[in-house]
Structure formats: C-alpha cells, structure tokens
Design a protein around this ligand. Structure first.
Ligand SMILES: O=P(O)(O)OC[C@H]1O[C@](O)(COP(=O)(O)O)[C@@H](O)[C@@H]1O
Ligand SMILES: [Mg+2]
Ligand SMILES: [Mg+2]
Length: 337
C-alpha cells in the first residue's frame, strides 16, 4: 500500500490545488466527519448500546423516530454548534432551523443533514448512513432565517455522506470530483481510499421499490417494463435489480459500479412530488453523483437547479449512470408534451 493520505491532508491539498476549501469549510467538514465517527460507534454497538428500536416520538414529517434518528441528530448538533463555522443547522428530525446559540462563536456556513438515512434498516442490521449538505449564508444581511437555506443545490459548498456498512466510508465533494475515505478503526482516522470516483455512463442495474409499480406514472412504468423485457425487449440486454431501502447504500453502490436509482412521484400521495427530501437527501446526493460524472433529475429538471420553497420540500428523484437518467428524463419530457 502507498502513502496513507488522511482527510485533513486531502482537504489541505485540495485547497492548494483548487482553492475551494477555505479553512472554515475544512474545519466544518472535519467536525462533521468526527461526528460520523461517533455515530459509527453507536451504530456498531447496536443492542449493546441500547440504540435499537423506536424512540416513541414523531418527526415533522409524521414518521416514527427511531432511537438512532434522535441520537444521531443530537451528536451532529452538539459537535457542530461549538465549532464556530456555522450560522445555523437544519435536519430531517427538526421542524425549524437550529440557530447556533449566542454563547458559541458563529461562522458563515449553513449545514443541513439527514442524521440517519435508512431508518427502517437499523434494527435489521443493514447499511445505513448520514447525509449532509453545506451552503454559504447569503452575506447581504445580518442574522439568519429559514429563507437563507432555500438555495438551489448547485450552490452547495460541499456535500457528503457517511455509510455505516461492513466498512464505514465517508464520501465527499466540494465541487472538484468525489473522494472516498475509509475509517481505520484502530487508528481512529479517515484514510483516502478512492479519489476521482467515476460512475459508468451505462448500466444494466436499476434500483426502485417495485412494490409501488401500480402507482407509478407512465414514463417510469415504460422504463422499467423495457428493462424487465431484457434481451428480447427494446433495450436488447438483461437488467439486474437492487433495492436496499437506504438511499446512502443504493447511491454508494452506484458510485462503485454504476446503476440508476429512482424514487419517483407516485399515486399514493399525489399531492407530494415524491418521498425523498430535496434539501438534505436529493441535493447532496445529486451534487455527489454529478461530480462523479452521473446525472440527477426529477424527471423534467436537473435537481440541482430546483429553487426550494420550504425546508422539508419533497422531490421525485432519478439519479445515477448518465445515459440511463437521460433516457428516463426523455420519457418524462415526451409524456409531458
Ligand atoms: O421503504 P421505501 O418506501 O422503499 O423507502 C426507502 C427510502 O426511504 C429512505 O429510507 C428515507 O430516508 P430516512 O430513513 O432518512 O427517512 C431512503 O433512504 C430510501 O431510499
Ligand atoms: Mg433519509
Ligand atoms: Mg433520516
């Protein structure tokens, strides 16, 4: 094995090469990475740490919170509030924004997170993760409000996720490609294990919750029907299917070997654009996927160009290997004409 490069060394070197990681942003990313290490310890303890099962509460989306949802939210807030790099935070698990209290120094960034993604997988010991997105607070006014968070995803200063699986891996972009760091548990450090991650443009693997098939819109139905028709169908090739039900794990597989992930609008809740959340699920993942050469749309529009109107906004998501995402998007555009 060659020279080991730590997360800090990588960030300092990236700043030297491209100038996109000022010291405040580097320190912020390091604090988030440290919080993820603490979360990894809780996740690994499982039943021994009494972290499994329901917390007996509901979040703003009306979902039952798991103990780990609550624990991870607290770890991220506690780690980040004293760091001095943030003005405010927002999370899947909190209705409004969280202002960094006056007693702590405040910085210029805004942090959004899904503290624990894949909650339904916690108790069954399947990979879960933390997703985060960093925005810069507009500097044309003092104070900070929810409105300051409502920026399109293309303005993210950084985005990443940590996957708690057989390995604990941190995946990061600041807009100069995607890097992966594996947690060395003995040393307690993040080690660069892949740089310039690239998603193949073509794929024979799709990820969608097939149990919703009867609720899908015609363009999604058409795309999946064609995949299922295999060699004999219009695509002329057989497709494989995977659905982990943790977006982090599905996206991680796509970054590793390609594929397409879809959580589209469906008829179950026709008034909602989709199940996934724009600000702390779709935006950070779309930034990462685009930076790895893939694509991400809501069927009609690039996700990173969507102007958010509220913190917990939902969105239809189609992301992954570029040519497949473009195909599904073209089917939607045809149907919309
Ligand atoms: O259970 P379903 O409907 O297949 O949904 C799975 C999706 O829901 C999510 O778990 C939502 O995330 P949370 O666990 O953070 O609510 C995604 O990670 C995943 O892609
Ligand atoms: Mg989630
Ligand atoms: Mg969550």
């Amino acid at each position: 094995m060659g020279k080991r490069i730590s997360l800090t060394q990588y960030l300092v070197e990236q700043q030297r090469l491209h100038g996109h990681i000022p010291a405040q942003l580097r320190l912020l990313i390091e604090v988030v990475a440290r919080a993820c290490k603490r979360i990894a310890i809780s996740v690994n303890k499982g039943a021994l740490g009494d972290v499994l099962g329901s917390a007996g509460t509901e979040n703003v989306q009306g979902e039952v919170q798991k103990k780990l949802d609550v624990i991870c939210n607290e770890v991220l807030i506690e780690a980040n509030e004293w760091g001095g790099h943030l003005a405010a935070m927002a999370s899947e698990e909190m209705e409004g924004i969280y202002l960094v209290p006056n007693r702590f120094p405040r910085g210029e960034y805004l942090l959004l997170f899904d503290p624990l993604d894949g909650s339904s997988n916690i108790d069954v010991n399947v990979s879960i993760g933390t997703i985060f997105s960093v925005l810069k607070k507009p500097d044309d006014h003092a104070g900070v409000s929810e409105q300051d968070f409502l920026q399109p995803g293309r303005q993210q200063a950084a985005a990443g996720y940590c996957i708690y699986g057989p390995q604990t891996t941190l995946v990061l972009t600041v807009g100069d490609g995607v890097a992966m760091f594996t947690l060395d548990r003995e040393q307690g450090s993040w080690v660069l294990t892949q740089d310039q991650v690239t998603i193949p443009e073509d794929t024979k693997e799709f990820a969608i919750n097939m149990s919703n098939m009867r609720h899908w819109a015609p363009p999604v139905r058409r795309y999946i029907d064609e995949c299922l028709a295999g060699k004999e169908g219009p695509r002329g090739k057989d497709f494989n299917m995977r659905w982990i039900a943790s977006m982090v794990a599905d996206v991680h597989r796509i970054l590793t070997r390609g594929g397409i992930f879809m959580y589209p609008w469906d008829k179950r809740e026709p008034d909602k654009p989709g199940k996934l959340r724009l600000m702390y699920e779709a935006n950070p993942m779309s930034f990462i996927v685009e930076q790895a050469g893939g694509a991400a749309t809501n069927g009609l529009q690039r996700i990173l160009d969507i102007q958010p109107t509220k913190l917990h906004e939902r969105v239809s998501v189609i992301l992954g290997s570029k040519n497949e995402v473009e195909r599904v998007t073209a089917y939607h555009r045809e149907a919309a004409q």
